[in-house]
Design a protein around this ligand. Structure first.
Ligand code: VOV
Length: 250
């Protein structure tokens, strides 16, 4: 059996994609719409306190295209916390104007491909590692999310490669990624046992074109070219209460 990579886990993640029920929204009267937006804004206002207390982080983005209208991405200490957040949104007067489009459950993950990990120290005492496992979502102008697997086919089975080979391949992957430092921030979340794919990839950037450049360049790298399998891509724009209200103005 090949040696499993050691992983470190941080906050649990929920990507909660919703669509707007425009028929219901435009049929509602001004009063109903105002109450719905007030309750939505109160729900969103809670996020800042959670972030200040270092108990999690949230961000929301509109989604371009027809797969969803917006996504709320939440990082929290536990699956129970994520469940409570989902329920809290569902209880707002805004929720009946939305439908569920897609969701993804995972946990922020770092693996030991690029580090020794043998020092015996508690990795959470390393501020650099702690900040990567419990990151404040960057509120960049754009988000890109997609789930992915590493292939398990007879000729190309990631899970049957020995550790040294996987380390070598991941080193090359990391080198490409580092070329985008300052332009794209990645948060890799593991979802084996949690959701339908093995990882969620969430990218943040001020310039959406950098997503295309990075993902395209990685397609030529062996880890992605030979072993990567990808789900649907979601791309969007940072929301604020003001920009969301503007989008909903009828
Ligand atoms: C923004 C750039 C960027 C950078 C710097 C970067 C670097 C790194 C490093 C150093 C490591 C390994 C250690 C760790 O940190 O876990 C990883 C790990 C991982 N990556 Fe990555 N990745 C990036 C970006 C990046 C992208 C765009 C993708 C999607 C691939 C594509 O083709 O669309 C991706 C995927 C992953 C995955 C699924 C893992 C876990 C693999 C596993 O088998 O465990 N990643 N990644």
């Amino acid at each position: 059996m090949s040696e499993a990579a050691l992983t470190l886990e941080g906050w649990y993640a929920l990507h909660d994609f919703r669509s707007l029920n425009w028929t219901a929204w435009t049929a509602a009267d001004d009063e109903e719409r105002a109450v719905a937006l007030d309750e939505l804004n109160a729900f969103i206002a809670e996020w800042a306190g959670v972030e200040e207390a270092n108990l999690g982080s949230s961000a929301w983005y509109s989604i371009v295209g027809q797969k969803a209208d917006f996504v709320m991405m939440h990082l929290r200490e536990s699956l129970e916390d994520l469940n409570k957040l989902e329920a809290a949104f569902n209880k707002t007067a805004f929720a009946p104007f939305t439908t569920k489009a897609y969701s993804y459950v995972s946990i922020v993950e770092l693996s030991n491909y690029n580090s020794g990990g043998e020092s015996g120290e508690d990795p959470m005492q390393n501020p650099h590692i702690a900040a990567r496992l419990k990151p404040v979502l960057p509120k960049a102008r754009h988000i890109c999310f997609y789930p992915m697997n590493k292939k398990r086919e007879l000729a190309d089975n990631w899970y049957m490669l020995d550790m040294a080979k996987r380390k070598e391949l991941m080193y090359s992957h990391g080198l490409i990624g580092r070329g985008y430092a300052g332009n794209v921030k990645q948060i890799i979340t593991g979802s084996v046992g949690f959701d339908d794919w093995e990882w969620g990839v969430t990218l943040f950037a001020e310039d959406a074109l950098q997503f295309k450049k990075l993902v395209y360049e990685m397609r030529f790298d062996e880890v992605s070219a030979r072993y990567g399998e990808f789900g649907s891509f979601y791309i969007g724009n940072l929301l604020t209460s003001e920009s969301f209200e503007e989008m909903l103005k009828v």
